[in-house]
Design a binder for this molecule. Structure first.
Ligand code: GLY
Length: 364
């Protein structure tokens, strides 16, 4: 299979995303003299494969720091550990950090790279579908705090993204499915034709048909590139990428980041809620909301918050603290139809509460 390249055009911060099967060897071209690989215990073998390539390309130093998998790694404590490890090993401005893992490792290692010596370059080597289509692209980095997800972080673009779809072969089915919610997001935001393609081809994507999966990743990365290029620091349009995330982040926080509700699952539920909210506000035909719900449900994604132990008001309080909230007002991505989403700042809280209450009461 040929390697595809998607370019992120951001002037001097531009970089390429290489997408293909068994393409770790491309890392040799980056040829760092000193490399710091940050990974998690689920994907250490991939980190070791990357290490071998870097050492084979002549690096003087290439070590791996492994964290436990899961959101809890995005903490101040882990950040200090990563900083100390780099400083103990004489990190310098020409060193390169490699983030080998999913969204947690990508965000975390990116932030560690951004904040050591006022910034050393980093390369994303995403190994989950979610990170390959979303979090490895566009330079969002950060850690979580007790007040919510990603509240401490910055925009710091990687030097390159190496997206090896072979790494998805070892990804647990649940993680693959959760990542799929972020793929569908691109169709739902502004590309009805892509959503229709997904309705036909989701099984191929989820059953690892290489042509289907690489097409879905390429299209997602191109969609994300267009939005990031237009609005790198989320002053406006980039917020569209948060479809389902205002609700989703609050659900994740309520679930306690303990693995009972993973990010893509929360986004799937949040996306269904965003469409339901759009219907209740008289903006979107009910058939479109049902179509989204049915698509996710058919694939096995969660579509309601019935398992979450929190009240609607507690979730609203978390949503008000979301980074996108302005003057304590929640920002939502709403839909006029599938493929036609927009950013809304003035949403009646009573309707939001009703959506949350209904979803919290649902069961399978
Ligand atoms: N994941 C949303 C963004 O990168 O803006």
């Amino acid at each position: 299979m040929l390697t595809k390249t998607v370019k992120i055009d951001l002037g001097e911060r531009s970089y390429d995303i290489a997408i293909g099967s068994d393409i770790f060897a491309l890392i040799a071209d980056i040829a760092p003299k000193a490399a710091f690989i940050i990974t998690d215990d689920n994907v250490e073998p991939y980190a070791k494969a990357v290490q071998e390539i870097i050492l084979g390309a002549g690096a003087n130093f290439c070590e791996i720091l492994t964290f436990p998998h899961g959101e809890k790694t995005k903490s101040y404590e882990s950040l200090q550990k990563a900083h100390n490890w780099m400083l103990e090993n004489n990190v310098h401005r020409n060193s390169i950090v490699f983030a080998v893992g999913g969204g947690v490792i990508g965000d975390f290692a990116g932030f560690a790279a951004a904040t050591i010596l006022r910034g050393v370059p980093y390369v994303q080597v995403p190994t989950t579908l979610l990170s390959q289509v979303d979090s490895s692209v566009g330079g969002k980095t950060g850690i979580n705090t007790k007040y919510g997800k990603n509240l401490v972080g910055n925009f710091y673009q990687p030097k390159a993204v190496i997206t090896d779809i072979s790494s998805l072969k070892t990804l647990p089915k649940r993680e693959l499915l959760a990542g799929y919610a972020e793929v569908a997001k691109y169709g739902l935001i502004d590309d009805l034709a892509f959503f229709e393609w997904l309705e036909e081809n989701a099984a191929g994507v989820l059953n690892f048909d290489e042509t289907a999966i690489s097409y879905a990743i390429e299209l997602s990365c191109k969609a994300k590139a267009a939005i990031v290029e237009a609005d790198e620091r989320e002053g406006g349009k980039r917020a569209l990428l948060n479809l389902g995330h205002t609700f989703g982040h609050a659900l994740e926080a309520a679930a306690g980041y303990d693995g009972s509700l993973i990010h893509g699952e929360a986004v799937a539920i949040g996306t269904v809620m965003a469409f339901d909210l759009s219907v209740n506000m008289g903006l979107c035909p009910v058939k479109d909301a049902q179509r989204v719900r049915n698509h996710f449900k058919k694939l096995g994604l969660p579509v309601h918050a019935g398992s979450i132990n929190a009240s609607a008001d507690e979730l609203i309080a978390t949503m008000r603290r979301d980074k996108k909230a302005l003057d304590n007002k929640m920002i939502f991505i709403l839909a006029k139809s599938i493929g036609n989403c927009f950013i809304a700042g003035d949403v009646n809280e009573d309707i939001v509460r009703e959506i949350l209450e209904n979803s919290l009461m649902e069961s399978d």
